[in-house]
Ligand binder design. Structure first.
Ligand code: ARG
Length: 456
């Protein structure tokens, strides 16, 4: 086919260059946004008198019928058209004749691609917010189910202090809430309409960008055409938001992988959500969780690719920028699939009450509460810390838990210890005693459950 730019070329593009430079194999997924942008653009050309009303009607109905053909799978992609923008224009011209050639008036693929990608991002970011909400709901459901269950908390993967299963699950609801607000935040900032920036400086034609802006549902037209065609900040912000979602999913899955091992046995995952080994008959592996953790790598990779892609570019649009799409599409697809499968997996994950309680009796997790008990009895915290360290050592030597120590043995170490000390020596009691806002105390958990039940 003759290229739209063929006027100044003495030779046709070689097929190897066509194959190397094409983007239609992946940007075709933008067809609906491209057509949406073109319909708005044609409408504007009509309003300002660059097309007659009859021409606009013909162009728009042609574009709608091209869209239908895409939807009905009637379109076979042709890489000689390079990208979706030129392909749609070609399909339109095939349908309505040479009038199709008017559509590109006061437009460049540079502002067109910027518009398409923004429309896509606004759309999918909203969808992802909904998916994250569903994930939060499945976590909340579990948190309610386990409202009163206790479990160890960990720092450095060592037993730390007692906490609640619900408190653990609620922690991830918070993380995903920030992820949602981050998505909303970057959509808010990118909600500006690029069309009319043309190649990079605007046009001498009498366009009205406020018309296309309104038609496409953006807040305002972008203010600087040079910035507009060179800007991919919004994709980088999106990639960064996706990277944090993937990080949170990965953190959660890492815990689950550890906790479903025989050594921990804190959780079990339904058979339908695990896979087996081709050689070891006894194996039931948390492969979904491992893959969710593993897929984080490509999501983070996309962020780094985009940053590196953009950092060396001279002014305005450069063809390098075509590389943005595969990265961001893959990142979005990966995170979207991850959120959805995790939502299912959470519903099929069961915590093991007995094991969690048994595990709470290990690791002297009452030690910090004991130190705080001493503070309440007038001991300075640093001294209390030292005293409890000595008591822990004693229990370790006697191979028993803190609660099993004789009162007299503890009083030998500090006479600030009274016979009510045993109140702080069981994890269940400690959870009842923690009153600090946002802490792991029973009341705080109840409040947070109420808060999220109202919000979600
Ligand atoms: N396919 C290109 C991209 O994805 C848009 C086309 C702009 N090309 C050009 N030669 N100005 O970025």
């Amino acid at each position: 086919m003759t290229k739209p730019w063929a006027g100044r070329f003495a030779q046709a593009t070689t097929t190897s260059v066509e194959a190397f430079t094409e983007s239609i194999s992946y940007d075709s997924r933008l067809y609906a946004y491209d057509i949406q942008g073109s319909i708005a653009h044609a409408g504007m050309l009509g309003e300002v008198g660059l097309m007659t009303k009859a021409e606009v009607r013909k162009v728009i109905s042609g574009l709608k019928s091209v869209k239908k053909d895409f939807e009905n799978g009637k379109i076979e992609l042709d890489q000689s058209f390079e990208d979706i923008h030129m392909f749609v224009e070609h399909l339109l011209t095939e349908k309505i004749g040479s009038l199709g050639k008017k559509l590109h008036t006061a437009r460049s693929r540079n502002d067109q691609v910027a518009t398409d990608v923004r429309l896509w991002m606004k759309d999918v970011a909203r969808g992802l917010e909904d998916d994250l909400l569903k994930l939060q709901k499945s976590l909340l459901q579990k948190a309610k189910e386990y409202e009163t269950w206790i479990m160890p908390s960990f720092t450095h993967l060592q037993h730390a202090q007692p906490t609640g299963v619900a408190h653990y699950l609620l922690a991830f609801i918070e993380k995903f809430a920030r992820d949602i607000s981050r998505l909303q935040d970057c959509v808010k900032r990118m909600d500006e309409m690029p069309l009319g920036s043309c190649a990079l400086t605007g046009t001498i034609l009498p366009i009205d960008r406020s018309i296309t802006c309104k038609a496409l549902g953006f807040k305002r037209p972008t203010r600087n055409s040079l910035d507009t065609v060179s800007d991919r900040d919004f994709l980088i912000e999106f990639a960064a938001s996706l990277s944090l979602i993937a990080t949170h999913i990965s953190n959660f899955c890492e815990d689950m992988v550890i906790w479903c091992s025989a050594e921990y046995n804190y959780i079990s995952i339904d058979d339908g959500y695990c896979t087996g080994s081709s050689i070891m008959p006894q194996k039931k592996n948390p492969d979904v969780h491992e893959l969710l953790r593993g897929k984080t790598a490509r999501v983070h990779g996309a962020l780094y690719s985009l940053l590196t892609l953009m950092k060396g570019l001279p002014q305005a649009y450069n063809r390098d920028m075509q590389e943005d799409k595969e990265r961001i599409f893959d990142s979005f697809d990966t995170v979207s699939a991850s959120v959805n499968i995790l939502t299912e997996v959470v519903k099929h994950t069961h915590f093991n009450k007995q094991r969690l309680e048994d595990s709470c009796r290990k690791g002297f997790m009452e030690a910090t509460a004991l130190a705080e008990y001493l503070v309440l009895n007038g001991v300075y915290f640093r001294d209390a810390h030292h005293i409890v360290g000595t008591i822990v050592k004693l229990a370790e030597d006697q191979n028993c838990a803190l609660v099993d120590l004789e009162l007299s043995a503890m009083r030998n170490i500090s006479d600030a210890i009274k016979d009510d000390v045993y109140n702080v020596l069981t994890c269940e009691n400690i959870l009842g005693m923690i009153k600090s806002f946002g802490g792991t105390g029973k009341a705080s958990i109840k409040n947070n459950l109420k808060y999220w039940s109202r919000k979600l």
